[in-house]
Design a protein around this ligand. Structure first.
Ligand code: SAH
Ligand code: SF4
Length: 325
């Protein structure tokens, strides 16, 4: 694109970027103040199209399967909240190398990292849909909770966040953007040094090293002791809350003893726990409602700030950990 616009006055580039990332045009002819010849050349060389297949659930959650230029497929999800907020759950890699035992994406292995444009394109796709619907707020939140481990594609994830955050582009507040990591210590330390107010979520899911290593092999090289050191360093640098995600798996990590052990770990300023219902992917079962309630009350009783997230989109395999292309 920059090559085609090279002979145009410099404001043209900004104009085109605004048309794509803020007005969400789908056709070069929609930029009417661009010379016709330039538009034709752009149309010939830079496709604005996204090769996509869309699925919708009863509760209006939507999942898109995007086919990339090399034929690889990724998935992203649009969650529509009752208060008009719209969250896009984006993928950062094709597949994932981490192989967590409870996660469908983990069974794919890693195919490759996503380019910046491929990360941004997922948001663009849903932004266009919302614009056509006449949505007032458009996309309000982004979570890096789709396929892949964001901190193993660190540079491209940060670059894409800068585009999403840019006032002249998507203009999504950094505080409305969350990165979820399985616990890559280097990535947490790097993020601590960025001048970015994004949210950090840690997929904890276990309360001691033995249990965590058996569920998440990332824990071998990133054990809990050093992981918490990195998290505390992040909090010291940023003064931001850290969300610990804890998927409740029946008879594996959902007993009273685990709740008490978790309460011990979470007994710190700016730590919050988000309990997540397990979406069955074959291997394990979800904890029952009664167990979840008890688990939550043990944490609450110990003074831990705790929230609960229910699965959306299970019927189209759009829920967390079910993304597998
Ligand atoms: N790779 C990153 C981000 C993507 S996964 C990470 O692991 O943090 C997004 C969230 O869904 C993570 O907390 C992950 O642990 C969780 N998850 C994975 N499989 C799940 C499943 N079957 N049910 C519910 N949550 C799951
Ligand atoms: Fe990868 Fe996250 Fe799934 Fe683990 S939970 S396999 S890190 S996507």
């Amino acid at each position: 694109m920059s090559e085609i616009l090279v002979n145009e006055p410099s404001f043209r580039f900004k104009q085109v970027e605004k048309a794509i990332y803020a007005d969400f045009i789908e056709d070069w002819d929609n930029i009417t103040n661009l010379p016709k010849k330039t538009r034709e050349e752009l149309a010939k060389n830079c496709s604005l199209g996204v090769q996509a297949e869309l699925f919708t659930t009863k509760n209006k959650t939507q999942k898109v399967v995007i086919t990339l230029n090399d034929g690889e497929k990724i998935e992203s999800v649009l969650l529509r909240h009752k208060d008009d907020r719209n969250t896009v759950c984006v993928s950062s890699q094709v597949g994932c190398a981490m192989g967590c035992e409870f996660c469908a994406t983990g069974t794919m292995g890693l195919k490759r990292n996503l380019e910046v444009s491929e990360i941004v394109e997922q948001v663009l796709y849903f932004a266009r849909i919302l614009k056509k619907e006449g949505s007032v707020k458009g996309i309000t939140n982004i979570v890096f909770m789709g396929m892949g481990e964001p901190f193993l594609n660190y540079e491209n994830v940060i670059k894409s966040i800068k585009i999403l955050n840019d006032k002249n582009k998507f203009n999504i507040g950094a505080r409305k953007i969350s990165i979820s990591t399985s616990g890559i210590i280097d990535g947490i330390k790097k993020l601590a040094k960025e001048d970015l107010q994004v949210n950090l979520a840690i997929s904890l899911h276990a309360t001691n090293d033995d249990l965590r290593t058996s569920l998440m092999r990332v824990n071998k090289k990133n054990p809990l002791g050093r992981l918490f050191e990195a998290i505390d360093y992040y909090i010291e640098k940023t003064s931001r809350k850290v969300m610990f995600e804890y998927v409740l798996i029946k008879d594996v990590n959902d007993q009273d003893v685990h709740a008490r052990e978790l309460a011990g770990l979470m007994n710190k300023h700016l730590y919050i726990v988000n309990l997540i219902q397990y979406n069955p992917t074959g291997k394990f079962k979800a904890s029952d409602k009664k167990n979840i309630a008890k688990f939550k009350s043990i944490l609450g009783g110990a003074g831990v700030e705790v929230t609960e997230r229910y699965g959306f989109g299970q019927d189209i395999s759009a829920a967390c950990g079910q993304l597998v292309a």
